[in-house]
Design a protein around this ligand. Structure first.
Ligand code: ATP
Ligand code: MG
Length: 167
């Protein structure tokens, strides 16, 4: 169990430094208490966030990439977090927004513009998120930008809830 706030701060600072060297603008917001702890697979989260940021960089047509990275606690009976990565890139049209998580799906723009890729990043991200009890989804306005959200649930916590029940 680690401080989720410190954990994301490390990742986001690293990404901010890296991307701002390439001319992007990065803001982050980690809306968690310092003592918010959760079992997190650190390699997994790093991999998903890197996939999403890689897409934000690739699918950008503006003079400057603006990236917003957010984490907040999930309200309700489940203990977990929601992570969001927002960009100001080309966006995804309504007709294809559900397909972006499919294996080998690549948008028309991506294929025609010759930006490298195999169409696996988001499908792998979805598998990783779902294997940890979370969900991933996209919101987008073509021409304006995209936000990918994903949740991660504290699976230990859920098991404990069950064990706490006295018959
Ligand atoms: P790979 O990730 O394997 O290098 P890829 O980036 O094409 O290839 P995914 O990451 O799975 O594959 O994304 C699938 C498609 O969804 C992309 O080809 C692109 O059309 C669209 N897409 C993904 N992220 C964004 C984004 N941030 N903005 C606009 N379009 C996006
Ligand atoms: Mg990708």
């Amino acid at each position: 169990l680690i401080s989720v706030k410190d954990y994301f701060l490390d990742i986001f600072v690293e990404k901010k430094i890296d991307l701002e060297e390439q001319g992007a603008k990065v803001v982050y917001d980690i809306d968690l208490e310092e003592d918010f702890v959760m079992a997190i697979d650190s390699k997994l989260v790093h991999r998903i966030v890197s996939n999403l940021i890689g897409n934000a960089v690739k699918y950008n047509d503006k003079p400057n990439l603006n990236l917003r990275l957010q984490v907040k606690a999930i309200e309700g009976k489940e203990h977990g977090i929601m992570v969001s990565v927002s960009d100001n890139g080309i966006g995804i049209d309504e007709a294809h927004i559900h397909q972006v998580f499919d294996v080998f799906y690549r948008g028309d723009d991506s294929r025609s513009k010759d930006v490298g890729g195999t169409g696996l990043g988001l499908s792998i991200s979805r598998q990783l998120v779902e294997a940890h009890g979370g969900t991933i989804w996209a919101e987008s306005t073509p021409g304006t930008g995209t936000t990918i959200h994903f949740t991660l649930l504290d699976q230990h916590k859920e098991v404990n809830h069950g064990e706490d029940i006295n018959y």
